[in-house]
Design a protein around this ligand. Structure first.
Ligand SMILES: [Zn+2]
Ligand SMILES: [Zn+2]
Length: 335
């Protein structure tokens, strides 16, 4: 059992625990331990042999016991029990995700908006992970607290992008935006600005409690905007604390598939959106996906390997996930 496989088991446990409001604290502990495994990639067999699993950051006695069982048997009876209790059993049509083929993350933030690191730091971290490209997608202006970017600041950011690319050999930076989907489904930046960017992620951030018909119209309009490449965290949910938006998923996913707009699986443990169930529906309707960390700091890139189980559980083959395509095959870059 390697550390990434174990991280995915702990991450799924954290996810299932979050569905019970009384278990949010424990859920967060499992997610934190999963993150630490994905970051540090310790030798679990050796630690288990020497009774040192608790030396891993974030791993206390309880989680160490789950890990020990996992190392010994390759399976987690605790996970199996939670899956049964929450009515989300393993299925025989899950996919295999070979993370070695992951080419780059399409959704990340820098200190141009609410990220905690510079573009150079994010780029160096992506390069160290072997990524070929990184989408730099800071926020649009509407949400003032995150210092969103307007046309002028995007232009300034593009000059920094040029400088950073010169310093990080072999990594391509895609300059993009995570643009807000406004209440009526229009976007928070004019077409003329969206047009010149390499990648446009449109995300619902506010007014998620709109009633279903209005929310459906809003999302349909967004996936029909010809500049949109990806819908970011498509429901806006925060498992354990905030329900996501409710809309006609089948209709919106179908439109997304028809327009070649990908749906994101945002692996930030606070989001995990789309859920595996919604992602499976989208898969059946012909959608493609983007599997991203939505990283606000270099360490958060590790959300992808720990959260990749979501795509696996949804049965999504890597051919349907943009991040497994070489740069030349990312049509949005030239769109
Ligand atoms: Zn977002
Ligand atoms: Zn984001």
């Amino acid at each position: 059992m390697d550390a990434i496989a174990a991280a995915q088991v702990l991450s799924e446990i954290g996810y299932l625990l979050r569905q019970d409001p009384k278990e949010v604290f424990r859920a967060k502990a499992f997610s934190a331990a999963a993150w630490s495994l994905a970051l540090e990639r310790p030798d679990l067999e050796a630690l288990r042999k020497n009774n040192k699993l608790t030396s891993i950051e974030g791993v206390g006695a309880g989680i160490a016991k789950v890990l020990a069982g996992l190392v010994e048997t390759g399976q987690s009876s605790y996970l199996e029990r939670l899956r049964a209790e929450t009515g989300q059993p393993a299925r025989d049509d899950e996919s295999t995700i070979d993370l070695g083929a992951y080419q780059g993350d399409l959704h990340s933030h820098t200190d141009w908006s609410d990220g905690r690191a510079t573009m150079l730091e994010m780029a160096r971290a992506a390069k160290a992970l072997g990524y070929r490209y990184l989408g730099v997608t800071d926020h649009s202006p509407r949400i003032k607290v995150v210092n969103g970017l307007d046309a002028e600041r995007l232009l300034a950011q593009s000059r920094e992008r040029e400088q950073v690319e010169k310093q990080v050999d072999g990594l391509v930076l895609l300059q993009g935006i995570e643009v807000d989907i406004l209440e009526d489904g229009s976007l928070d930046l004019p077409d003329a600005v969206l047009e010149i960017l390499d990648i446009v992620i449109a995300s619902p951030h506010v007014k998620l409690r709109q009633e279903t018909v209005a929310m459906t119209e809003r999302m349909v309009r967004a996936v029909n905007n010809r500049h949109v490449d990806v819908i970011g965290h498509p429901t806006g949910r925060r498992p354990g604390s905030r329900e996501g938006a409710s809309y006609d998923f089948e209709l919106v996913f179908r439109e997304a598939a028809n327009n070649g707009v990908a749906l994101e699986i945002d692996t930030d443990p606070a989001r995990m959106d789309l859920s595996p169930e919604h992602a499976r529906l989208a898969l059946e309707l012909g959608c493609s996906f983007s599997l991203d960390a939505d990283a606000h700091a270099p360490a958060e890139f590790a959300y992808v390997p720990m959260g990749a189980w979501m795509a696996r559980r949804a049965g999504i083959p890597t051919e349907r996930i943009l991040n497994f395509r070489p740069l030349e095959a990312l049509t949005m870059v030239s769109k």
